[in-house]
Design a binder for this molecule. Structure first.
Ligand code: DQA
Length: 147
């Protein structure tokens, strides 16, 4: 089973962008971690990043068509993209797990980060644990696929 690990805008800048918030490790390090964590639970992680809302939406359509569970860090799209929320809803409506992950704890930051349009349509949300949140989300996907 493949799990799509999709990352939204500016997450290609991990390691460079606000390291005090997002840490010093880059997207390649996150990719390696996710591949290892997925392997531990018998999954294959397909780790992707885009700054393009349309591409992220297309990835959700593809996940539905291919029956692929999703781990998603929607980044700033979290807070305003009803287009992505509608696409994410199709994933969970299809009975597929969709775990929302945030590296930081958005609720502890600027007020515009307190609202997620993705959370209401996600299976669950993990925030504030750094890259380890992806580990938990991948484990959650494996657990949900078993049940
Ligand atoms: C983020 C939190 C968002 O508010 C922000 O726009 C991001 C990253 C996180 O992983 O903590 O780009 O999703």
């Amino acid at each position: 089973h493949v799990v799509a690990v999709v990352n939204g805008p500016n997450l290609g800048r991990l390691g460079v962008r606000e390291p005090e918030v997002y840490g010093h490790l880059d997207l390649e390090a996150l990719r390696g971690d996710c591949e290892a964590w997925a392997g531990q639970v018998g999954l294959k992680a397909d780790v992707r990043q885009t700054d393009d809302e349309a591409e992220m939406i297309r990835w959700m359509h593809r996940a539905v068509d291919e029956g692929t569970p999703v781990v998603m860090n929607p980044a700033a799209f979290t807070h305003y993209s009803y287009g992505l929320a509608d696409a994410a809803a199709q994933v969970t409506d299809a009975g597929l797990p969709l775990m929302e992950v945030h590296i930081s704890n958005p609720s502890a930051r600027e007020s515009f980060r307190r609202h997620s349009v993705i959370s209401p349509v996600a299976t669950g949300t993990i925030t504030g644990l750094g890259f380890f949140g992806y580990h938990l989300a991948i484990e959650a996907v494996a657990h949900l696929l078993e049940g």
